[in-house]
Ligand binder design. Structure first.
Ligand code: ATP
Length: 271
């Protein structure tokens, strides 16, 4: 089959401006941007540039966004793949596909490889999972570790992985020289939610003047950045459906109700 192994974006437009809040995480990944831009400066005294960083946090908190912003800020290609797609699509050939991915990234280096849902590949070995054969998954994981260990000091490919289940990961992934940096990406607090609203209001054509994003932030405890992006988009659709010429406060509140309804349903299915 010719299923797509990974996405490759050589002209990433995402920057840190697109990532609201997450000040601590942004500071930590800024270092990765510097490594990619000025590797020689960092290796001058014999130090080794880290090969991997693990972004840990709940779904929809901006892990993918942040990784993409690193590539955008450093102006390097962004290779991305999802661990769960990978395990499902490449039965029998996972290890060789990992080899291909790293080969291409090295050819285009400096570069970022981003692996979303690394837990689908990187679950502790010997523990069963739901999808795919376990041997197969272990082969893929072993190949990933081999590739990372095989990076020379001047490869300048940095692997960023994301998970919301750091607890199930194989400890071998966290060993020195692999994903030895862990960066926490938490749900936003009220101030950060306000900033996320501000970012996601930008693409809306017309927002009624009275929209108070501080008020909206207070109405949305527990929402992730993805939920807030969803609220803004839904509000624009609700207003448009009613033939309004601007998105107003009530449209945002209706959108919040709708998203809360969706979240409750989702939680019911999970628990
Ligand atoms: P998952 O674990 O579900 O893959 P994630 O943490 O990778 O989630 P993203 O895919 O980065 O989350 O977020 C989804 C969308 O939500 C983003 O494309 C963006 O529109 C919005 N979003 C999330 N967090 C933020 C943030 N901190 N600032 C601005 N937008 C955000």
């Amino acid at each position: 089959s010719k299923a797509k192994l990974f996405d490759q974006n050589t002209d990433v437009k995402t920057s840190f401006k697109d990532v609201a809040g997450l000040e601590g995480a942004k500071e930590e990944v800024q270092e990765i941007v510097d490594f990619l831009k000025n590797p020689d400066k960092y290796t001058a005294l014999g130090g080794k540039i880290p090969k991997g960083a693990l972004l840990v946090g709940p779904p929809g908190t901006g892990k993918t966004l942040l990784a993409k912003a690193v590539a955008g800020e450093a102006k390097v290609p962004f290779f991305s793949l999802s661990g769960s797609d990978f395990v499902e699509m490449f039965v029998g050939v996972g290890a060789s596909r990992v080899r291909d991915l790293f080969k291409q990234a090295k050819e285009k280096s400096p570069a970022i490889i981003f692996i979303d849902e690394i837990d689908a590949i990187g679950r502790a070995r010997g523990k069963s999972n739901f999808s795919g054969s376990n041997d197969e998954r272990e082969n893929t994981l072993n190949q990933l570790l081999t590739e990372m260990d095989g990076f020379g000091t001047n490869t300048n490919v940095i692997v960023i992985a994301a998970t919301n289940r750091a607890d199930v990961l194989d400890k071998a992934l966290m060993r020195a020289g692999r994903f030895d940096r862990q960066i926490y990406v938490d749900l936003p607090d009220v101030r950060e939610r306000q900033e996320i609203f501000d970012v996601h209001l930008r693409p809306l054509k017309k927002v009624a003047d009275e929209l108070d994003t501080e008020f909206m932030a207070k109405q949305t405890p527990g929402f992730s950045g993805a939920d807030i992006a969803n609220v803004c988009n839904e509000a624009a659709l609700i207003a448009a459906r009613q033939g309004k010429t601007a998105v107003g406060k009530q449209d945002f509140l209706d959108a919040v109700d709708r998203i809360v309804g969706g979240l409750e349903k989702k939680n019911k299915i999970i628990t």
